[in-house]
Design a protein around this ligand. Structure first.
Ligand SMILES: N[C@@H](CC(=O)c1ccccc1NC=O)C(=O)O
Length: 284
């Protein structure tokens, strides 16, 4: 299971698996820096720590009615950061979306329950922004561990917790995600997280199919051709479970990419997933 959940082992692009994650970090951090240099942006502070912020990138002109593309980064809830996660902003803002990048604290500083709560608060602040800007819809894209967090947001009671209309949330894109955390408990991934089997199940989207609040959300479950068999299995099983729960869902097997460039390429306007997201947001 350690080998299955080490995504760098399954990349086809490098001879040496140890190059994969450093290359990913260099790529996303360069793109993120460029976005901060070239785009109008500001931060919403939703909590006390440095990471509890949402960085928002805007098309010029202060227009109302734009879609909001929310990005939740991966890194097994213990790696990566807000500052390296705006690499797609230039492309999406260029097409007329507001881009909101979610930061959250990492393990071992916080546990899984606290991380999920932080992301909920972050999304609550995005819902408020959506109302203020009369947004045409909020679309969440999560990668890997971020896809797990995005899937957990399908079951948030927005009216109860934030007094915000759930109507803004229109789509959720889950890229190479983990939807049942139980297989991770015995792996290296759990060393800083320290989840028990019970906690792993409590915080699994697979355990929250009957309390989905966003009944009208379109959910796209995506997996990379060169993701590990475990990731591919997790995605297929969650997609089937969503279907059985009566959700509008679509499965996309993205050819020619691995666990990392499946999202890196969102910085390219012509990439298949960029096109799919823009189309779903109604700006293509
Ligand atoms: N330890 C993992 C790292 C990893 O999976 C990862 C790294 C950066 C961003 C996302 C990742 N995957 C899941 O959250 C590996 O070596 O593949």
């Amino acid at each position: 299971m350690d080998y299955m959940y080490k995504s760098s082992n399954w990349s086809h692009r490098f001879k040496d698996a140890t190059q994969v994650v450093p290359n990913h970090k260099a790529t996303v951090s360069l793109g993120s820096e460029r976005a901060r240099q070239n785009l109008e942006h500001s931060s919403i502070v939703y909590g006390e720590s440095e990471e509890q912020k949402v960085d928002v990138f805007y098309p010029s002109g202060n227009k109302q009615g734009l879609p909001i593309f929310v990005y939740i980064h991966g890194g097994y809830w213990q790696d990566m950061s807000l500052s390296v996660s705006s690499f797609m902003a230039e492309t999406f803002v260029g097409s007329g979306a507001i881009v909101a990048v979610v930061g959250y604290d990492l393990a071992p500083k916080v546990n899984m329950g606290q991380i999920i709560n932080q992301v909920k608060k972050a999304l609550g602040s995005v819902m408020y922004l959506a109302k203020k800007r009369e947004s045409s819809g909020v679309y969440i894209c999560g990668h890997s561990a971020g896809a797990h967090l995005a899937a957990m947001m399908l079951s948030v009671d927005w009216m109860g917790e934030f007094m915000e209309s759930p109507g803004f949330l229109k789509g959720v894109f889950l890229v190479s995600g983990i939807f049942d955390l139980r297989p991770l408990v015995a792996t290296y991934v759990n060393e800083p997280l320290k989840m028990t089997d019970e906690e792993a199940w409590t915080h699994s989207p697979m355990n929250h199919l009957t309390d989905i609040t966003c009944r009208k959300c379109k959910v796209v479950v995506l997996v990379a051709e060169h993701d590990s068999p475990e990731f591919r299995k997790q995605a297929k099983e969650y997609h089937t479970a969503l279907q059985e729960a009566g959700m509008a869902t679509q499965f996309v097997d993205v050819p020619g990419v691995d666990h990392f460039d499946v999202v890196e390429k969102l910085s390219e306007p012509q990439y298949q997933l960029t096109q799919l997201y823009l189309e779903m947001m109604g700006i293509q």
